[in-house]
Design a protein around this ligand. Structure first.
Ligand code: BG6
Ligand code: GLC
Ligand code: GLC
Length: 839
């Protein structure tokens, strides 16, 4: 009994001594909580550096966008091929995702060796070898006749600009094939596959193993938004807010970032914690100076670190009685699996002895205890460092989400994590200590990263198929040069038809004479009122024109015209207009003033003189009763009379195109075309009088309001109208009318987009097939959304140049709207009126 106690005492004393000895020797490898918190802070700063555009080029931690935007939602399905290259094992797989609507994944796989002469040889040969393995796999699985999409798990740092591209930044771990760095591995592999004529494989996605792992785990646990690998190498990815990713356009949603945390410290940020062993290991590695953090953590290096320490201790006489074996001198003789075996709970010491004996050493009991403790310190440091960086990621996630507590899942994989008996629980414990505000679940990826890679590929292949269908719909809107030339010729014919006396009455492009015969000459002066009705806003303006200096001062007020007035009775509409004028005069302190007025009325009017205009028909959003066929100047006069508060001298009624041409013509006398691309679409231009058969006289020019919005009302452009245009037309206030306007102007573009969205949704190509109530609402998709998306004016100018190469056209934006032009026309008319009176 006593002997047993004595033995136990002896043993625990021995153990204590050995542990103390090793602790003293490896003092520098033991990291305090404060140090870990400090490393966590440093890593947070590194992440920010990598994410920001300015600092990314010099950042050690590259924070690579992966173009994976969502975790799986269960709707993924199909049959895929998958390659998994870069971990400890190279695998080729066939993955069947979700059969018969069930969340279920079936995999068949085959491992292939990766001999050093292949992974450190010539790059082209490496890809040819990979393609050969794939071909072999397809042959054995009888898949050669099938066209299958492929997802490539490629576990090295790659710069991506899309899912199906990955430019290798540098090899890490055991790989070092020549001529691959800075090339796209997808193209390289695609090229290598072409040698197999009987293989038809399309690489749709390349993902890092961290991403594959995260996606694999997320398929089972939707909380999973982080992927960590602690294997041959180490790395992590997580879902970052798009608004924080400077390197990718767009602010909506999230994207997975491959941190490449293995490179943390490559800019010497970790020098204070690196030891002489880390430095020695680095010097003997394939990539000296690189992957500093990885070299303190991952499976490829832990065994080697232990070996270097044991050698030094032996040399110092602290182990094996100072004896060293040649195996102990040999690089790579201690591997991570040995470290794991030595740390096994019960058999650990026995394993240690066996391993040391295999290394040609003769260990004492004390040596075994000491060596086991060396392993513990090295692997504990690894888990601690991993925990610190992971804690930084979790804190970032929590702050991005602006929550007090974060509930999240981390998907983990890698041999070190899987085979080391203590590693997972040490890691979990330290993470929880470092980030007490996070409830973290660690989920081991049982099936590697390929299931996740297949998920990404499934989404990519669905997106590819959808893209094709969407392209088919959108192709209807892409007009070829031939089509445009045809439209041009037809428009030209219609313009001429509208000018001729015998066809004018029937013309759909009405070519209305405006009785505006010249541009302002700079002698105009005076104070004028102007109205601007028919665009998005109704405005009343006071325009002061000073002669000689071509300078104009304007004051204006915008008024809303409620829908019930736009579509009520004519009397109500004009009463409302007069009410607005009264408000404006009041506001300007001009109550009771009698001023000459120019009326911009942006609808088709038949004019017999400049101050008379009979409304032919409402367009756009107006439909007030009892106006069509009436002179709008008379209607305005009567409304002013009804109010009986002020008197106005209505001198001119002008279309907005004409007002615009005049506004610009005041500054640039070469201006002879006015174009409106607004709520409606229309154009006016200066035509030779002799071509205008409806108006007497052959001298000089007159402005013609083309009313080209009605182009196509006779069916002449039906070949380019789509079913969406028809739909928009049918739902409009004036079905069958203004067909060209409905394909071109602001009031309708948003509606066309809405019709397309509805149709694509019905086809299951958008919004998971769910048409929302809002999407069903007419007018919900305003044209201003479109102008944020597309730059219209550039396209307009470029196409014009192409179709009318002999015209040198300058586009001038009418900053002041057409009110100024209307006032100028009024000024000219007033001057002529005066002259006539005096005569
Ligand atoms: C595997 C994954 O399970 O783990 C690989 O399928 C990954 O994609 C590997 O690279 C990482 O661990 P190790 O230890 O093999 O490098
Ligand atoms: C290395 C690679 C990285 C990979 C990791 C784990 O760090 O650079 O891309 O994720 O190993 O395999
Ligand atoms: C409509 C009108 C037209 C106007 C154009 C732009 O097409 O009919 O007169 O010029 O819209 O506002």
């Amino acid at each position: 009994m006593f002997a047993v106690h004595l033995m136990a005492f002896y043993f625990s004393k021995l153990k204590e001594d050995q542990i103390k000895k090793v602790d003293r020797f490896l003092y520098h490898m033991r990291l305090s909580d404060d140090t870990l918190l400090d490393i966590m802070r440093r890593f947070r700063a590194e992440m920010e550096k990598g994410l920001a555009k300015d600092t990314n080029p010099t950042a050690a931690v590259k924070m690579l966008p992966t173009f994976v935007r969502a975790i799986p939602d269960g709707s993924e399905n199909g049959e895929f091929l998958s390659l998994d290259l870069g971990g400890s094992k190279f695998r080729v797989l066939k993955v069947q995702v979700a059969e018969e609507g069930k969340r279920h994944v079936q995999m068949e796989s085959q491992f292939y060796p990766t001999p050093n002469e292949i992974i450190r040889g010539n790059g082209t040969e490496l890809f040819e070898y990979v393609a050969d393995c794939l071909a072999d796999f397809m042959k054995t699985k009888d898949l050669k006749h099938k066209k299958l999409p492929l997802g490539l798990t490629f576990s090295f740092p790659c710069r991506q600009t899309k899912l199906e591209e990955g430019v290798l930044l540098s090899w890490t771990k055991k790989f070092k094939a020549r001529g691959v760095q800075d090339t796209d591995v997808v193209s390289r592999l695609t090229k290598a596959m072409r040698r197999h004529k009987d293989m038809d494989v399309d690489i749709l996605a390349v993902v890092n193993d961290t991403v594959g792992t995260m996606m694999t785990c997320a398929y089972d646990d939707p909380y999973c938004e982080v992927g960590v690998i602690i294997g041959t190498g180490t790395n992590a990815c997580y879902m970052e807010d798009m608004s924080n990713i400077d390197l990718v356009e767009g602010d909506e949603g999230r994207m997975c970032i491959n941190t490449e945390w293995g490179a943390f410290g490559d800019d010497e940020a970790l020098e204070d914690i690196r030891t002489e062993f880390d430095r020695e290991l680095d010097l003997g590695s394939l990539n000296p100076g690189k992957q500093m953090f990885e070299k303190m953590i991952s499976g490829l290096y832990l065994g080697e670190l232990v070996r270097l320490i044991l050698l030094k201790m032996a040399k110092a006489g602290l182990l094996f009685g100072g004896e060293k074996s040649s195996a102990l001198h040999t690089k790579g003789k201690i591997e991570t699996r040995h470290v794991a075996a030595m740390e096994k709970y019960k058999e650990g010491l026995a394993n240690t002895r066996e391993i040391l004996v295999d290394l040609g050493l003769e260990p004492s009991e004390a040596d075994c205890i000491a060596v086991q403790h060396v392993c513990t310190i090295v692997s504990f440091r690894s888990a601690n460092l991993c925990a610190a960086a992971l804690a930084a990621i979790l804190t970032r996630l929590r702050e991005n989400k602006k929550v007090e507590r974060l509930r999240t899942t981390v998907g983990v994989d890698g041999t070190l994590y899987k085979i080391h008996p203590q590693y997972p629980k040490r890691l979990h414990k330290v993470v929880r200590k470092l980030v007490p505000s996070c409830d973290v679940r660690f989920l081991l990826s049982e099936s590697g990263s390929t299931k996740g890679a297949a998920m990404v590929t499934a989404v990519a292949s669905r997106v590819q198929a959808q893209r094709k269908q969407i392209d088919k719909v959108l192709a209807l809107f892409r007009l070829t040069r031939e089509q445009l030339v045809d439209v041009q010729a037809k428009m030209r014919a219609e313009l001429e038809y509208g000018l001729k006396k015998k066809s004018h009455g029937l013309a759909t492009v009405r070519m209305l004479p405006t009785y505006v015969c010249g541009l302002p000459d700079g002698t105009e002066k005076g104070k004028f009122l102007a109205l601007d009705l028919g665009g998005t806003n109704f405005r009343v303006l006071l325009v002061k024109i000073r002669s000689g200096r071509r300078s104009v001062r304007m004051y204006n007020k915008i008024f809303a015209i409620p829908l019930e007035i736009m579509q009520g009775t004519g009397e109500e509409l004009f009463d409302h207009i007069v009410q607005c004028i009264a408000d404006f005069l009041d506001y300007m302190g001009l109550k009771g003033a009698s001023l000459p007025l120019g009326f911009t009325f942006s609808f088709p009017c038949r004019q017999m003189s400049i101050d008379k205009g009979t409304l032919i028909g409402w367009t756009k959003g107006f439909k007030a009763t009892d106006c069509e066929g009436e002179d709008v100047v008379d209607m305005l006069r009567e409304a002013i009379k009804r109010r009986n508060e002020f008197d106005l001298d209505i001198v001119a009624v002008v279309n907005d195109t004409v007002g615009t041409m005049m506004t610009c013509g005041y500054e640039d006398p070469n201006c002879e075309i006015g174009l409106i691309a607004g709520t409606g679409s229309n154009m006016c231009y200066m035509e030779d009088m002799r071509n205008i058969e409806m108006v007497e006289g052959d001298e000089g020019k007159m402005c013609i309001n083309t009313e080209w919005g009605g182009f196509g009302d006779n069916g002449c452009i039906d070949d380019i109208r789509t079913r969406y245009d028809m739909e928009v037309d049918e739902g409009s206030l004036n079905p069958g009318k203004q067909r060209y306007e409905k394909m071109t102007s602001g009031m309708y573009l948003g509606e066309i987009v809405r019709q397309i969205l509805i149709d694509l949704t019905k086809q299951g190509l958008l919004f998971r097939g769910q048409i929302s109530e809002r999407l069903r609402t007419r007018g919900i998709f305003e044209t201003k959304f479109l102008s944020q998306i597309e730059s219209f004016s550039r396209i307009l100018q470029e196409t014009l140049k192409e179709l009318a190469p002999r015209c040198d056209v300058t586009f001038m934006l009418s900053e002041d709207g057409s009110g100024k032009g209307a006032a100028l026309i009024t000024a000219v008319a007033k001057r002529l009126q005066q002259a006539r009176k005096e005569n």
